[in-house]
Structures are given as C-alpha cells and as structure tokens.
Design a protein around this ligand. Structure first.
Ligand code: GRF
Length: 178
C-alpha cells in the first residue's frame, strides 16, 4: 500500500491515482494544498500535519509516520513534498521512501531546480526518481531521464510530462519487488 506526501498542486499524486496504484493515504504539511482535494475526490483518506501543531519536526514526523502505518502504508512517495524528513520518519520506512525531482541529480537539488537549470543554461536537464535519505535530494538514484533544455518555453511542461510517466512506472516496479 502506498502513502503519498504532498505540499502543493499534486499532479504527480494524480498520475499515481490515474495509473491505478493503491494509494491508501495522503498527508500534507499544508492544509491548503490542492493535492488534498485530488485525494478526497478519489476517496483517499487525507490528513494535515502542520509544524504549528507540534513541538518540533521530529515529533510531527513521528505522528505522521504512525498515521501512515495505521492506513497500511508500506511505501511512501514524496510528490512535491517541500519539507525534509527527519530520522524518526526515515527509520520507520527504511529504503521505502521515494521522491521525484525535476533535474538530473546531483545537479540542481532544492526547490527551484527548473529555474536553476534555465539560469545555468545547460544543454540537458531531466527528471530523477530517487530513494530519500536525510539530505536535500541526495538519496540513491533509481531512475533518470534526460530532456533537452530547449525550447525553454516548454521545459516545465515537458518535465512534468516525464515525471507523470516515470514516477508511476518506478513505484509499480518497487511494489513488485517488495
Ligand atoms: C514536481 O516538479 C516534483 O518533481 C517536485 O515538485 C513538483 C511537484 O508538482 N518535487 P506536483 O505537486 O506533483 O504537481
């Protein structure tokens, strides 16, 4: 069973749902994330774990991990989740947390990967699917796909199209091998 962490639009969550993958719980750090609407529309339980409601990040992550486990989650997908995860969460799902990132890591980690690639004017960028550790977009790489930067006007759209194809593919493979 899959749990998805989100902070924003949730188009990658939508791709997982559309692919028919067993998403059983969706958690967010922001109650206004549009991704939560997508989950509710699909009948998937949602919850918000805001930092404001907890003494620190570790406590929040512990409570969030417990909620996911209570929903039968064995594999966690970060789909536009904008907080780093702390040890109490990582220890609950060893090698079972996967992230989608819009660059060819280790190039352009962080929250502005597409803008950073455009600013650096590289010839090629792409999409990375990787396991999550306690660093910023640093875990072992599972899959990458390259894209030419040009035409710049459509880069974001092309990156998202690759994400929406690659993420469900890799997640499905991980479920088969679990
Ligand atoms: C995606 O580009 C993903 O690679 C990055 O955040 C974005 C999330 O988009 N980590 P969405 O919320 O899935 O639409």
């Amino acid at each position: 069973m899959i749990g998805v962490l989100v902070s924003g639009n949730g188009s990658n969550l939508q791709a997982l749902l559309d692919a028919g993958l067993p998403v059983r719980a969706v958690a967010s750090n922001r109650k206004d994330a549009y991704a939560l609407m997508r989950a509710r529309r699909a009948g998937v339980p949602t919850a918000t774990f805001s930092l404001d409601c907890h003494t620190d990040r570790e406590e929040r992550d512990l409570v969030m991990a417990t909620w996911l486990e209570e929903h039968g989650v064995e594999l966690v997908v970060l789909a536009g989740y904008m907080h780093l995860l702390t040890k109490p969460f990582l220890d609950r799902f060893p090698d079972r947390i996967v992230n989608v990132h819009p660059s060819l890591l280790p190039e352009f980690p962080g929250a502005h990967a597409i803008e950073d690639a455009l600013a650096a004017d590289v010839a090629t960028t792409g999409v990375t699917i990787h396991l999550v550790d306690d660093g910023l977009d640093t875990g072992p790489i599972l899959r990458q796909e390259e894209l030419p930067l040009e035409p710049r006007e459509t880069l974001e759209e092309r990156i998202h199209a690759v994400e929406h194809r690659l993420l469900p593919t890799v997640v499905r493979e991980m479920m088969v091998t679990s």
